[in-house]
Design a protein around this ligand. Structure first.
Ligand code: FMN
Length: 320
């Protein structure tokens, strides 16, 4: 998610769950290929498994960008066919590509030929007045003819005119049954559902009913403990790795290194504000971090001060 799932966010989320697949912000192929902005691909080895999401619609440019991503070590390269923003539309990529599945297939083919890393697609149900029940199966059929097998479907259309990107994440109605129907009709494809799923509890029924994955966006960002801390056991049948408190302590060396390389504390802690959402002391945690992290000289001790409010409210958990 743009401006949210940067490398600091992903490093932090990885401390809460070892198994879940994390995605980068969308990086545009032109930024990498024409702009030479290869620093956008930097990530820490601890983030694996991590998918790079690319935006673009020029097959040769996407192929070059895919090669850069593969060389950087990403586990998956995902093509964005869901973003409705004006800026993206003017570059003819994102959700507007739902209108041209043949072009998406050309892009995917070029991306596949560029490296051995798996290429996947994130798409919408359709755009504007398209009939999603006709458009989506045609899209999946056309694009999967390239040989790719993994799709994440944001279960609402994008309305390209008249709605802001934010409104396009809430206003077009969700249609989960259509995504489940696609899994029934294309059983050989790995299909993940996305959109409006707010917790592990809400995610589990989608998996139990046959979908292959659930992508959680905003809820994972705003309430990461609730979504990620028990995902390893509930979804993957593995041991859970951590607790929210332990993750704070585990962030300290990372933050220290970030500060020493000239970074600012708030660049990391802004992603951690929601860690104790719904827990006693959460407001104080958020207040201490949001007020203190931008002050000159602010360092890791601010996290311990913020955490003390949680510990005071939660004497049992503090000992975990
Ligand atoms: C701030 C923000 C930035 C986003 N950036 C991207 C992006 O770069 N690529 C993408 O595919 N989706 C992006 N999205 C959309 C989410 O991935 C997701 O499809 C959408 O929020 C619906 O899922 P959710 O209800 O679980 O959040 C973004 C969403 C938000 C809130």
């Amino acid at each position: 998610m743009m401006d949210w799932t940067d490398r600091h966010c992903r490093y932090f989320h990885r401390l809460l769950s070892k198994e879940t697949l994390l995605y980068t912000e969308m990086v545009t192929a032109p930024a990498l290929v024409r702009g030479g902005a290869l620093h956008l691909l930097d990530f820490a080895p601890e983030e694996h498994p991590v998918a790079l999401q690319l935006g673009g619609s020029d097959p040769s440019e996407l192929a070059q960008a895919t090669k850069f991503g593969a060389d950087a070590g990403y586990d998956e390269i995902n093509l964005n066919v869901g973003c409705p923003s004006d800026r993206v539309q003017s570059g003819t990529f994102g959700a507007v590509l739902m209108k041209t599945p043949e072009l998406v297939a050309d892009c995917v083919k070029a991306m596949q030929d560029a490296s051995d890393v798996e290429v996947t697609v994130k798409c919408r149900l359709g755009v504007d007045d398209q009939d999603a029940h006709a458009v989506l199966p045609h899209f999946l059929e056309t694009v999967s003819a390239t040989g790719i097998t993994r799709f994440t479907i944001h279960a609402r259309k994008a309305w390209l005119k008249g709605l802001s990107p934010k409104e396009n994440r809430d206003i077009p109605p969700l249609d989960y049954p259509l995504v489940h129907k696609m899994k029934a009709d294309f059983a050989h494809l790995h299909i993940s559902i996305n959109g409006g799923i707010n917790s592990l509890e809400e995610a589990m029924p989608h998996l139990e009913q046959g979908l292959d994955g659930v992508m959680i966006g905003r809820a994972a960002y705003h309430d990461p403990a609730q979504v990620l801390l028990h995902a390893d056991s509930r979804v993957y049948g593995k041991d859970d790795q951590s607790s929210a408190e332990a993750a704070v302590h585990d962030m300290l060396p990372y933050i220290e290194a970030h500060l020493q390389s000239g970074g600012k504390l708030h660049q990391v802690t802004r992603h951690m504000l929601g860690l104790f959402t719904g827990k006693p002391g959460a407001r104080a945690w958020r207040r201490v971090l949001s007020q203190g992290a931008s002050r000159p000289g602010a360092g890791p001790e601010l996290l311990l001060e913020a955490l003390s409010h949680i510990s005071q409210s939660h004497p049992d958990q503090a000992a975990e």
